[in-house]
Design a protein around this ligand. Structure first.
Ligand code: FES
Length: 147
């Protein structure tokens, strides 16, 4: 049995310890805001916060998360009042929306470390892929949330 904390709640998964975190979150905890895009660690749609780091949940097993603290998009702010969520809405960031929870989770880790990032710092941190090309609005929303 693998135990860790998800969105401030203790969880125990009775599944193969080599199961990717992504599938434990989605299939066992029904936290479907964390998306499957590529499964190879490239797109970032599955990004969650693990102890303050942006982690691609398709690339880490639940065994590697034992005892750690995971935050998903559902746990970022129960009432969607996180400054990034407000900025995302104000800037009308999403197009299809599929990648956006991973984008917001990556941005939230960035802003925890650096509340007013430069454009270069945003570029360096935001390695997630958006097929709709919403990058300019993502950057503006991060700037807005950081102000
Ligand atoms: Fe994990 Fe693409 S699904 S990085």
């Amino acid at each position: 049995m693998t135990k860790f904390t998800v969105n401030d709640r203790p969880v125990q998964y009775r599944m193969d310890s080599q199961t990717p975190l992504l599938w434990a979150l989605r299939d066992a905890s029904n936290l479907t805001g964390t998306k499957y895009g590529c499964g190879t660690g490239d797109c970032g749609a599955c990004t969650v916060d693990v102890d303050g780091q942006a982690i691609r949940a398709c690339q880490v097993t639940i065994a590697a998360i034992e005892g750690r603290f995971v935050t998903t998009i559902e746990g970022l702010s129960p009432d969607r009042s996180h400054p990034l969520q407000q900025a995302w809405a104000a800037q009308n960031v999403p197009q299809c929306g599929y990648c956006q929870s991973g984008m917001i989770m990556t941005a939230s880790v960035l802003l925890k470390r650096n509340s007013n990032p430069t454009d270069a710092e945003i570029e360096a941190a935001m390695t997630n892929i958006c097929r709709c090309g919403t990058y300019p609005r993502i950057r503006e929303a991060i700037r807005q949330a950081g102000r």
